[in-house]
Design a protein around this ligand. Structure first.
Ligand SMILES: [Zn+2]
Length: 265
């Protein structure tokens, strides 16, 4: 999905990025200039994964800070400082949480989101905003984000319609991180390649059950998978231990990491 010539081009100077990266999504009225990347981050810095809540995750690498679907109150994020990049998968309030966004310092943050999210932001607090459709990518000097289709096929197509919302592959520090967003185990997920760490949703009725999630994960075979977004509509939680057993039975080389994605405040 990532095209290496594009990636090489993006080693160009920041000032030329928007001109040189020919495969960047077309600029729209909502798009503004790139924010300056943090100083002090490099490929050599280890990427740290911080589970936050439900589908929200923070990635840090040196001084770089990326928030994914910030949700459930800004207090959960204050220890990470101001983000450089915020990825939002779709418009539902457990992913686009405007109250949480209002409490964050987004003055240096680039938002990456589907157009539907940008359209829903009545008061855009971000320094820069990029709309990504499924399959499009966005690069800074050392991070590439590619939007992956995230949707429910019939009969649940109304929960997350095809083509409207995103999952993401984030390539940084020499590794590829996949965030599923809200989706079922669709062909686009099963076709992913070379994923080092995957974050995969599994709740009902909105996304998929653990059997479908395990089947999809076995197909794309990430090195590591975190079940996330596993609280159901009825407040029960999907059986992530059973998910782990299913994945390990299908492919013992896949490491399933169980974290508490629903910590108390
Ligand atoms: Zn959700």
């Amino acid at each position: 999905m990532l095209k290496s010539p594009h990636h090489l081009l993006c080693t160009c100077a920041l000032a030329l990025l928007t001109l040189s990266c020919g495969e960047q999504p077309n600029a729209t009225a909502a798009n503004t200039a790139l924010s300056t990347p943090p100083q002090g981050s490099s490929m050599a810095d280890t990427v740290a994964i911080h589970p936050i809540f439900h589908a929200s995750t923070v990635l840090t690498q040196g001084d770089r800070v990326i928030f994914v679907d910030p949700y459930n109150g800004a207090a959960r994020y204050t220890s990470y400082g101001a983000p450089d990049m915020v990825l939002i998968t779709h418009t539902h309030p457990d992913h686009l949480d405007t109250a949480t966004l209002a409490g964050l310092d987004l003055s240096a943050a680039t938002l990456i989101a589907p157009q539907a999210v940008i359209d829903a932001l009545t008061d855009n607090p971000f320094a820069a905003t990029y709309a990504l459709a499924n399959g499009e990518d966005f690069s800074t000097d050392d991070v590439t984000v590619t939007a992956v289709a995230a949707y429910n096929p019939p009969p649940k197509e109304n929960f997350h319609p095809e083509g409207k919302f995103n999952g993401y592959v984030v390539e940084m520090g020499g590794k590829r991180y996949y965030f599923s967003g809200d989706t079922e185990g669709v062909d686009e997920m099963r076709a992913l390649e070379n994923i080092d760490v995957a974050f995969v949703c599994m709740n009902l009725p909105y996304t998929m059950d653990i059997e479908q999630a395990a089947s999809a994960v076995a197909d794309f075979a990430p090195r590591v998978v975190y079940p996330y977004h596993y609280r159901n509509q009825d407040e029960t939680k999907s059986d992530v231990e059973a998910f782990r057993r299913m994945v390990q039975e299908a492919n013992p080389d896949i490491e399933v990491r169980l974290e508490n994605w629903y910590p108390a405040k």
